[in-house]
Design a protein around this ligand. Structure first.
Ligand code: MEV
Length: 313
């Protein structure tokens, strides 16, 4: 019988610290109950079956096979996903992590998360340029992480043990896929950093402060603090120029009705800015706002398991 192996990796959310994490500031990362599945079986030729573009999957496959010295393998790779693409939920990181893990399993390598995460980081860099490594790390390990990239070769993270039954109930509003890629948004912030260094450094330092307050808010289950901090974080991200006019308008409406919201991930400047993390003590209000704008609102489970084996046949 032909061997077929399957692995899944989760999508992610950045609760606080996107963009600043590229500059060595901390971020609070978590996973969601939306996963990407990769299965691999032997084939006479190399094939990738995917609903999205196959260029990243092809790069990831070739990269992992090279690392493992198995470039001669002929494989059929099938990809399916529940994670919206290009919206800040880590679909490319989940792809990199899941392809690396599936190939490791298929080629009887040990399930070494550290090695898999390192390989996924190299793949992420190809996709996003100067990536922090946060997205691949949370998709690999799951749960909630405090993450900081000290240098290119030293990335520190610690599992946070939140009781997520007591956490605020966040609602995600899919504001739509940004025109820009994550790589372009990261490059845009770099340009600002080079042009207006001290102003940008001030914003990044303030984001670090807000991330620490978010940690306190989540740890103490202090909904008022969490709401306040989300609002401040959004303001700082707007000052970095990563939020579009359309998205700002919607977030002002959420704030006007007593809630708070922030973009999640790289954002987008021209049209839409991807997934928005929103909080309101009466979450129905958020659903009403999303409905009015014809946007999808999702309630997701946070802190889901990282990359995992889905079995073989
Ligand atoms: C993208 O999901 C998050 C960014 O901070 C980039 C990165 O961390 O690599 C914008």
């Amino acid at each position: 019988m032909e061997k077929k192996v399957e692995v899944s990796a989760p999508g992610k959310l950045i609760l606080s610290g996107e963009h600043a994490v590229v500059y060595g500031k901390p971020a609070i990362l978590t996973t969601v109950n939306r996963r990407l599945f990769v299965s691999i079986s032997p084939s006479l030729k190399n094939e990738i079956i995917t609903p999205e573009s196959s260029s990243l999957a092809k790069f990831a496959r070739d990269f992992v096979l090279k690392v493992l010295g198995r470039e001669e393998e002929k494989l059929r790779i099938e990809i399916s996903s529940e994670i919206p693409v290009g919206c800040g939920m880590g679909s490319s990181a989940a792809l990199a992590v899941a392809i690396a893990t599936t190939l490791f399993k298929y080629l009887n390598q040990p399930f070494d998360k550290e090695k898999i995460n390192q390989i996924a980081y190299e793949i992420e860099k190809k996709q996003h340029g100067n990536a922090s490594g946060g997205d691949n790390t949370i998709s690999t390990y799951g749960g909630f992480l405090w993450y900081r990239k000290e240098t290119e070769f030293l990335k520190l993270f610690k599992k946070l043990q939140f009781d997520f039954k007591r956490l605020p109930e966040f609602v995600l509003i899919n504001n739509g896929r940004p025109k820009e890629t994550t790589g372009e948004m990261v490059a845009g912030v770099r340009k600002l950093y080079e042009k207006e260094r001290s102003k940008t450094e001030r914003i990044l330092n303030q984001i670090e402060k807000v991330t620490k307050q978010m940690l306190e808010g989540l740890n103490q289950v202090n909904h008022r603090l969490v709401k306040l901090v989300i609002k401040e974080n959004e303001e700082l991200l707007e000052n970095l120029g990563v939020v579009s006019g359309f998205t700002k308008k919607m977030i002002r409406e959420i704030e006007g009705k007593g809630g708070a919201a922030k973009i999640c991930g790289a954002g987008g400047k021209i049209g839409r800015s991807g997934i928005i993390l929103a909080f309101h003590p009466q979450k129905e209000i958020l659903f009403e706002i999303a409905k009015k704008e014809n946007l999808e609102a999702l309630e997701v489970k946070l802190g889901e398991e990282g990359v995992k084996d889905e079995g073989e046949d």
